[in-house]
Design a protein around this ligand. Structure first.
Ligand code: GLN
Ligand code: ZN
Length: 755
């Protein structure tokens, strides 16, 4: 038996986010295009050399912004409006990624979407009817040649034609099948060019294959690769990830791929399926998890590898390492006793090599022995109280009583809100002074009481402002929070935080997810004092503001030794304690944000309920089922992308849900109506993602449109997300216009009803 190693993709943002900072300088006009390119080149070099000793090292996994955008540009899928800007290649590329507002021109960016089930977002290629698809770019070739300068013969990695076609947004009359020939010709040329350059392998990434495929999808897949693989003079790897390929094993076997990359981490059926895959195809076994930060359990991995019964195997990552941070080496504050359980991208390279060595060696290697010791020792001390609590949750705790209709009446009686009540989503601008106050406190430059006093001052101003504006349900402003997940994580037992463990979310934006280390419980009340203080300043209700369990889980690195369901229930119980404390302290309305509820919805629709919604929705209900009938529960979701899970959203059984709708032409409201959505709704009336101030007329017309689709008794008026990224000035102006608009609509409604 022979074993090799391979990497599907390496993080490109840089060990210390060098690419991000360099690009931001370029965007601000502080450095030249040449300087930007130099930095990029140095980073690519560093990343390739880092992978030294790996048998299959990728190229073209680098990107200035996103690989899907790279692919679109490579094949000339550039909408007219960007071409018309007449910018350099680089700036056209960035205009597509970020929009362009300069020299009197104003073009919006292409849409951005979540990349399968990750928190990475790709740029959606947009096809207009007059686009001529052809190979016009050279990036993959340039980078292949560049790596050779360092003596590395890479495997160029490309988004495969099937996934590309499936993710393109067609704007005109031309559809999928009409562009197929051009796509195939372009990919064929690309393959031939690599043959000319002497590349031995080329990898086509086809994550689309792990979804539920229709007959048409499978036909398309076969058609594409029958053509592409015909009379090729290069080895072709079909790279899949984020799940298993259960729907297309026969097709894969039929087609002349030389290698097949399968995901053994997320692919539930991969171990089963692999036996049915043609033994002549080299298996790239994705056994090192590209999405999580825990060390690999070599014993288990080696078992999996041996069970495949194959002669030659390439040990690989389950997907690109783009989804994990760069290296543990910069984590100076992590205790050694926890650090030894983690592997980030760089450490995962070592794992690949160690697994290969262990497989090749007749004696047990030192690394294998150490790994065994690590996994046989107790990692952390169980919190039996938490475990028991989760075990003893009885079914009743998942249901809030009385039912919604009755609660709605009771609450309308209690709050006596005017028609179309106004509110905001929670945060107010995190201006420099707010951030400075927090940093100073963290660094120990100011005392705790100074820190608190400052925030109280901000809260007071925030309450006064909202009263002045005439908003009905107030918020305290969230000045004490850096991030809606990190803040709660820091105040719960069971979380670990990193310093430099950044992961690219989109373009130059990175996130630093906390790690769930152990059993989760609440140390002490978290938000109660802030909320109490805010409520003491006004007669109007102030919303308590919490992050929900599903979002906390989805934006953290989860444990692998217990199920995500169990961790989520633990978090739910902790947040429930907070809900009850808020209620006890006379907070009458509590918002539990589930911004990331949809994030980990399985890729296969057939798994949605059984594997996700059936425990996710109850977990949310567990948090609030215990409150009194007249306590009003709000929730907020960031994207209005929930038409297809509408029943599940209603089943969260909140009293009010606010969401982003200002950019999505209100289609969702039709869906709400069709489904008799019971929860009251606040579809954001203006977009907070831009500094633009919406006019009164604009908001009036947005509200009136909403009223054609929603009963006025169910409609709330609010911006579409938190205001923390906005400035004070535009926030005040926008909210003022919002309230004025509501008053105009209310007046109209009253005259109609009194007639
Ligand atoms: N309450 C949070 C805020 O207003 C919600 C943020 C979010 O939806 N991402 O900032
Ligand atoms: Zn939001």
């Amino acid at each position: 038996m022979s074993f090799f190693t391979s990497v599907t993709g390496f993080p490109r943002i840089g060990e210390l986010r060098e690419l991000k900072f360099c690009e931001e300088k370029y965007f601000r006009g502080e450095i030249s295009e040449e300087e930007l390119k130099q930095t990029a080149k140095q980073l690519r070099k560093k990343h390739w050399l880092e992978q030294n000793g790996i048998d299959f090292i990728p190229s073209n996994d680098f990107s200035y912004y996103d690989n899907m955008l790279d692919t679109a540009v490579l094949f000339n899928i550039i909408p007219e409006r960007y071409k018309n800007l007449c910018l350099s290649e680089t700036d056209t590329y960035f205009a597509m990624a970020r929009g362009y507002q300069k020299n009197g021109k104003d073009v919006k960016a292409l849409a951005m979407k979540k990349w399968f089930n990750t928190n990475y977002h790709y740029i959606v290629p947009e096809y207009e009817d007059d686009i001529q698809i052809k190979l016009t770019g050279t990036k993959p070739f340039d980078e292949y040649i560049e790596a050779q300068e360092y003596g590395i013969d890479t495997v160029p990695s490309l988004i495969g034609p099937l996934t590309l076609i499936k993710l393109i947004r067609f704007k005109g009359n031309i559809k999928e099948n009409d562009i197929l020939n051009d796509i195939l010709t372009a990919y064929k040329q690309l393959t031939e060019k690599f043959e000319e350059l002497g590349a031995k392998w080329i990898a086509f990434c086809e994550p689309f294959l792990v979804k539920d495929l229709t007959k048409d999808d499978i036909e398309l897949f076969e058609k594409i690769y029958l053509y592409l693989l015909e009379s090729k003079r290069i080895k072709v790897l079909l790279q899949t990830y984020f799940g298993d390929v259960r729907n297309c094993v026969d097709s894969i076997n039929k087609l002349d791929f030389d290698g097949v990359g399968l995901d053994f981490c997320e692919g539930k059926k991969t171990e089963e399926i692999v036996c049915g895959i043609d033994k002549n195809k080299l298996l790239f076994a994705g056994v090192v998890n590209g999405k999580n930060i825990w060390k690999n359990n070599y014993t288990k991995t080696i078992d999996i590898i041996r069970n495949t019964g194959r002669e030659n195997i390439v040990i690989s990552t389950s997907c690109s390492l783009l989804h994990v941070p760069y290296t543990l080496e910069n984590e100076s504050k992590l205790e050694l006793k926890s650090k030894k359980y983690f592997a980030f991208a760089k450490e995962k390279l070592t794992e690949l090599k160690e697994i290969k060595d262990a497989l090749n060696s007749t004696n047990e290697t030192d690394a294998f022995r150490e790994n065994k010791v690590l996994f046989s020792s107790e990692r952390y001390t169980e919190d039996t109280e938490v475990k028991n609590k989760v075990q003893n949750i009885d079914n009743e705790q998942y249901t809030r009583l009385p039912a919604f209709n009755e609660r709605e009446k009771i609450q309308k009686e209690r709050f006596k809100f005017p028609l179309l009540p106004t509110t905001t989503i929670g945060s107010f601008p995190q201006t420099i002074d707010v951030k400075q106050n927090r940093t100073k406190f963290k660094k120990g430059e100011i005392s705790e009481s100074e820190y608190i006093e400052f925030n109280k001052k901000k809260i007071k101003e925030c309450i006064e402002l909202q009263e002045e504006l005439g908003i009905d349900v107030l918020v305290h402003g969230e000045y004490e929070r850096n991030d809606m997940v990190e803040y709660f994580g820091e105040n719960l037992n069971g979380f670990i935080f990193t310093e430099k463990a950044w992961v690219q979310s989109y373009g130059t934006r990175c996130v630093k997810p906390p790690i769930i280390w152990g059993d989760i419980s609440r140390k002490a009340p978290i938000t109660v004092e802030w909320s109490k203080y805010a409520q003491s300043l006004t007669k109007k209700p102030v919303k308590g503001m919490l992050t929900g369990p599903v979002t906390i889980l989805n934006w953290s690195f989860p444990r692998e030794d217990i199920s995500t369901k169990e961790s989520t229930l633990q978090i739910a119980l902790a947040i429930r304690d907070e809900v009850l404390d808020l209620e006890k302290n006379d907070i009458k309305i509590i918002q539990i944000d589930e911004a990331a509820l949809r994030e980990k919805l399985p890729l296969r629709k057939s798994d949605w309920h059984r594997e996700y919604l059936d425990w996710v929705i109850p977990s949310f209900r567990l948090v609030h089922s215990c409150v009194k009938a007249d306590t009003q529960i709000h929730t907020h979701m960031c994207y209005s992308e929930f038409s297809d899970i509408i029943k599940a959203i209603d089943a969260m059984d909140a009293d009010v849900i606010t969401f982003e709708a200002s950019r999505s032409d209100l289609q969702l409201l039709d869906v709400l109506k069709e489904n008799n959505f019971k929860t009251e709704v606040g579809p954001g009336v203006y977009d907070i993602h831009s500094p633009r101030v919406p006019s009164v007329e604009e908001i009036v017309s947005a509200i009136e449109k909403m009223l054609t689709k929603t009963e006025s008794s169910k409609l709330w008026i609010n911006p579409d997300c938190g205001l923390k990224t906005r400035g004070n000035e535009e926030t005040i102006k926008s909210l003022k216009n919002m309230v004025e608009a509501v008053n105009i609509v209310r007046k109209k409604l009253n005259t109609v009803s009194s007639r």
